[in-house]
Every structure is written in C-alpha cells, then in structure tokens.
Design a protein around this ligand. Structure first.
Ligand SMILES: *Cc1c(COP(=O)(O)O)cnc(C)c1O
Length: 379
C-alpha cells in the first residue's frame, strides 16, 4: 500500500459488530467476562481499548512500523521511552530541541541518575566522541524546534547501530508524510500527535512506533504499568485527523514555501530558517531524507529586539498567537517567552533562540491572506 492509501486504510478494519466504517468510540473502562478470563481480548481500558488499538494500528502503518502505542501526551510518550533506562545510563541528545523534552530530561530524569549530553548533531560524526559503554539512547529531533536544523537520521543510525544504542526520533515536525525515521534506521519514532497527526488543535496526545517485537513488548509493559494512556474519544479524533494528513501536509508545504520566500525578500527581515532554501546548511540532507520542507518557519527581524518581536506577533490577525503547531490554522509564537521559556537564556541563545526570533506554524488557509497579514504586522 502506498502512503496516501495507508493514511486512510492502513492497519484498519471495519467494526466487526455492525460494520461501522469508522471505529466506534468505545467509551468504556471495562469489559464483561463470561467466566474469569473469559473475554474477547479486552479486560480493562488502561491495558487495551478497541478505539485506541485502531489508532495504534494506523500509527504503525503510516510510519512503516509494526507496533504503535498511544499516550496521553507527547511528553507522556517520551516519558515511557525514558523508563527503558536505569540510573547510570547516558543519553546523547540534540541541543536544539523542544523545551518540554529538555525540561523532562534535565528536571526529572537527571534527578533519577541519568546523564544527558546535549550536543549539536548537524554533523552526525560529533556524536562519536560522547558514546561510552553507558550510552543507551540517542535522542534526535529533526527538523529541530525552532531553528529548523536538519539531522541526518541515516548517518546517526549507523553510529547507533555500531555501538548498539537505541535511536529515538521525534518526528512531530516532519510527520511520516515527509520522513520515515524507521526506514532510515531509527528504533523508535515519537510523535506529539497534538500537532500534525491530530491536525485540528483539538486534542493532546502522544505516540510511539517501533518495528522490533521485544522493544514493543517493553514499551507496552511501561504503557500499561505507568498508565499514561489516552482516552477513546481522543483516539477517535486523531484517527480521523490522520485520514487527511497527506492533503493537509501538501498544503502546509506549499504555503510554507510561499511564506519563506516572502520573508526572505522582505527588507526588514534578517534571517529566515526554513530547510527548503538552497543555502540552508543542511539543505541537501533535508532534500534526501524529506519529501518536502514542511510548514514550520522561524525568522528574526533586522532591528533585532524583544519588544519589536512582541509587537509583530501582537499585530498578526490571521495568524493566532498561541503555543503549539501543526493545526489547520496558522499560528505564531515567540519561542524565547513561550515554548522555550523553560530553557535558560544562555542555553537558548547558544542555539539561536534569540529574543527577536518568531516561529510560524503555517496553516492551510489561502496563502495570499497569510502573506498580507505578515506584511501588515511586520510593517
Ligand atoms: C509539542 C511537542 C512535544 C510535546 O508534546 P505534547 O503533546 O505537548 O506533550 C514534543 N516534541 C515536539 C517537537 C513538540 O512540538
């Protein structure tokens, strides 16, 4: 099956009870048994729920994996990965990553005795110097948030395989429409399904997809034992969202390209971060591992100050100033005061998250309206 067919049919069956084309929302915590253990495969909804299972099968299908796991949020999904580790283990992570991931790693898991190395991964070979016999996980986010750096997943996976270390890729920004980390050698794909997979800014959810049965079993054990699952209603919403992922992503990419080109030619704009530009430092990797360049763009203005950036996001009318991304509606954000406020100023400035940086999640509206809005706001 090809991708556009998979998003609609992959891993999915019509409901066996009445043939419902969409899986019903099984809003139940438990399932009747005829005798102890006499059930139809479902005992308790933390462990299994038919609506969540339908979604999990669809997730596995679209990422070319074998097993999908859905969680109550993206961070709950990352938390489940971290529970594969033990005190004394080490993690090598990209240094330009989602603020909440950084907070989870440093404020929770460092306290449990796990050591993190945050490094630039633009050159995959940088990683080798940090690998020891304690290294158990490499954490990659690409494109990175919000600087749109690109990490060569295949090159990193060669290093992870050589040293027998797990490689997890946060695929939230790209989605499987643009890139498939398992095909490039990753062991675990992670999603904040809150973003493009859900796609309509109406649900918070996380997901993991793996190929290996043994790894899947360990993660299913953690999912059930720790219990950070998502509910059936949310599972239904994300399953529904996935069915239009391919056409939404196509439009996000088209609009993203038009806006990146508008910004780069605007006299008041200093830098535009978008992997589709030929002079983007990792453009060739983006081109080889991604189908297109996505709808996420960051930029700075020439006057380069905090207040000017705040004024722009306040003046935008079609773009809504809000946390999050990946929905059909366009959003703007000011990373230094919003998504990345939990990262110390020196840390974030090292990777380019300066006070004047603005991040756009370009939606699927008419691009002329989006450009006119940016034009009036930048002034
Ligand atoms: C939003 C986001 C997360 C966290 O997901 P939640 O669903 O908000 O818990 C992780 N990684 C990236 C890249 C994100 O954008």
């Amino acid at each position: 099956m090809k991708f556009n067919t998979k998003v609609i049919h992959g891993g999915q069956e019509h409901d066996p009870a009445y043939g419902a084309v969409m899986p019903p929302i099984y809003q139940t915590s438990t399932y009747a048994q005829t005798t102890p253990g006499g059930h139809k495969g479902y005992e308790y909804s933390r462990t299994h729920n038919p609506t969540r299972n339908a979604l999990e099968n669809a997730l596995a299908s679209i990422e070319n994996g074998n097993y999908g796991l859905a969680f109550g949020s993206g961070l709950a999904a990352i938390d489940a990965i971290m529970k594969l580790l033990k005190p004394g283990d080490e993690v090598i992570s990209t240094n330009d990553l989602y603020g909440g991931s950084f907070r989870l790693f440093t404020k929770i898991y460092e306290g449990f005795g796990i050591k993190f190395h945050f490094i630039g991964m633009d050159q995959a070979s940088n990683i080798e110097a940090y690998v020891t016999n304690k290294t158990k996980l490499i954490w990659v986010e690409t494109p990175t948030n919000p600087m749109m750096n690109i990490i060569d997943i295949k090159a990193v996976s060669e290093i992870s395989k050589k040293h027998n270390v797990l490689l997890a890729v946060d695929n939230t920004f790209a989605t499987p429409y643009l890139q498939k980390p398992l095909d490039l050698g990753a062991d675990i794909v992670m999603h904040s399904a809150t973003k493009y997979l859900g796609g309509h800014s109406d649900v918070v959810m996380g997901a993991l997809i793996v190929e290996d049965k043994n790894l899947a079993d360990r993660l299913y054990f953690i999912q059930n034992a720790s219990g950070a699952i998502c509910g059936p209603q949310d599972s239904f919403l994300v399953l529904r969202g996935i069915k239009t992922l391919h056409i939404r992503m196509q439009r996000h990419c088209e609009n993203g390209k038009a806006i990146a080109e508008f910004l780069v030619n605007h006299p008041k704009i200093e830098n535009v971060y978008w992997p589709g530009f030929e002079n983007h430092p990792n453009h060739s990797i983006a081109k080889s591992q991604m189908k297109d360049f996505g709808g996420m763009i960051s930029f700075t203005t020439k006057d380069n100050n905090y207040d000017a950036a705040i004024k722009i996001v306040e003046r935008l009318k079609v773009f809504t100033l809000a946390e999050s991304l990946g929905g059909i509606e366009s959003l703007s954000g000011h990373p230094a005061s919003m998504t990345h406020a939990s990262i110390p100023k020196e840390e974030r400035e090292k990777v380019g998250v300066v006070d004047s940086l603005i991040r756009l999640s370009v939606g699927i509206e008419d691009v002329e309206d989006l450009i006119a809005d940016l034009n009036q706001a930048i002034g």
